[in-house]
Design a binder for this molecule. Sequence first.
Ligand SMILES: [Fe+2]
Length: 212
Amino acid sequence: MAKSTNSKAPTKKSAQKKSTSINADASSNFKPEDSKIAGTSPEKETGLQKLFADGIMDIYWAENHLVKALPKMINAAASPELQNAFTDHLEVTKTHVSRLEEVFSLMGKKPKAKKCDAMEGLSKEGEGTIESTDSGTAARDQGLIMAARKVEHYEMVAYGGLSKLAATLGHNDVSEILKQTLAEENEADELLTTIADNSNLPDAVVNDEEPK
Ligand SMILES: [Fe+2]
């Protein structure tokens, strides 16, 4: 990304209209010929810039929420392998929060969160799994893995889309930062899938309680 986006200190007026000021920064990198190549009108460019700004604030809220939610999942997990996976992902998630703060900085903005209804719902679903399963059972761990994988998939779609949007808007350095996080969400999803696949479910069915 061009350094010109960093040189603009946010003014009081711009702080009141964050998404529009991010639009203004992004447009400084967007050349008319780019819009011709992309086949988009100036109105569409504004829409993409707003979509990007909203998406970054949404995933920033989501990652911060996960930092609070993951300790509950660590405590609830039965197998040491799953506990370790969640513990590692908590540290990785803190890095994701820091990376998003870097993204805000590159856009010349202060970090701002916008409530992510989807992440709130997914995390409630995870809490519901804990309430509806007995501790130390395969059902608990399989439920936690499914809940966590739903979260990872939400994040993967968000980071994939935002990375592409950033590149389209001319913020290639931001796009690369978001790609890094996308790769780590992918890794987490694959690890959780492996843990689920390696669980000895036939034994668990014998040892587990009958479904209610
Ligand atoms: Fe994350």
